[in-house]
Design a binder for this molecule. Structure first.
Ligand code: ADP
Ligand code: MG
Length: 254
């Protein structure tokens, strides 16, 4: 049974410069639900991720995004984060000189402060982060390195999932968290998501591959094409797409 609406996207249109990328996108994610978004390259999946995170490079020209009924587009990125939104990007940024543990602890303590919880000191944080790292089979040495700097693809994606496990968002979108991962990393990242799944939370996973959805079983699968959701179904739709491709749905779509 699904809960109340966590995220509601209505008629969203977004541009980057003069190019319109999202062209009237609708999506409703209720608490307890996991949605998969699939679709060909260039459809606008990562743009949607950026827009939800609040990337300043995109302009919303029409439509709205409501987070728990509140206008999310008016919220600064850090407010969205504190309000429980988490986005794992397709290409996580590398920041040489910013220690991973400092970055993660600062983010977590910001959230804790906002919730009226005491901040964690270095020792308490290290204990917590090591616990979470075990869940995603992440090498503890990575916590003292610079953020994503020289991390392998699998290490970066595990680090994104680690951040998510620490922040415990209510709504999380993961953009191609599976791309370029070997089967162990894929399973670990999926396990991280499954650990957080609960009747209070909602997830969107953007993926090209059915194999991720073997681990993270979605309630709904959507096809994003030319900036719009053009088709939706249950988890069996992903299998159908794997078999038939997108052509049968995209043919004739303007
Ligand atoms: P997907 O993630 O589905 O592959 P994207 O959202 O990355 O698609 O891109 C959708 C389209 O928008 C592509 O044609 C891409 O080149 C274009 N696009 C994305 N971001 C920008 C930008 N900042 N400036 C210009 N075009 C962009
Ligand atoms: Mg993309």
């Amino acid at each position: 049974m699904s809960g109340d609406i966590l995220l509601e996207i209505k008629g969203l249109r977004a541009t980057a410069g003069k190019t319109e990328i999202l062209k009237g996108l609708d999506l409703v994610v209720r608490r307890g639900e996991t949605h998969a978004i699939m679709g060909p390259n260039g459809a606008g999946k990562s743009t949607l991720s950026q827009v939800i995170a609040g990337h300043p490079g995109y302009t919303i020209t029409e439509g709205e995004i409501l987070l728990k009924g509140k206008n999310m587009l008016e919220m600064e990125p850090e407010v969205r984060s504190r309000e429980g939104v988490f986005v794992a990007f397709q290409y996580p940024v590398e920041i040489p000189g910013l220690a991973n543990n400092y970055f993660l602890r600062t983010a977590l303590n910001e959230h804790r402060k906002h919730k009226g919880l005491p901040e964690l000191d270095g020792g308490a944080f290290l204990k917590l982060v090591k616990e979470k790292m075990k869940l995603v089979h992440m090498d503890p040495a990575l916590i003292s390195r610079s953020l994503n700097d020289g991390f392998s693809g699998g290490q970066k994606k595990r680090n994104e999932v680690l951040q998510m496990l620490l922040l415990e968002p209510e709504f999380a979108l993961l953009d191609e968290t599976d791309s370029g991962l070997d089967i162990d990393a894929l399973r670990d990242c999926a396990e991280g998501v499954n650990t957080l799944r609960s009747p209070e939370r909602g997830f969107v996973v953007v993926t090209h591959y059915q194999r991720l959805l073997d681990y993270i079983q979605p309630d709904f699968v959507h096809v994003l094409y030319k900036g719009r959701i053009i088709h939706s179904g249950g988890k069996e739709l992903a299998l159908e797409l794997e078999e038939k491709g997108y052509e049968w749905l995209t043919a004739g779509v303007q």
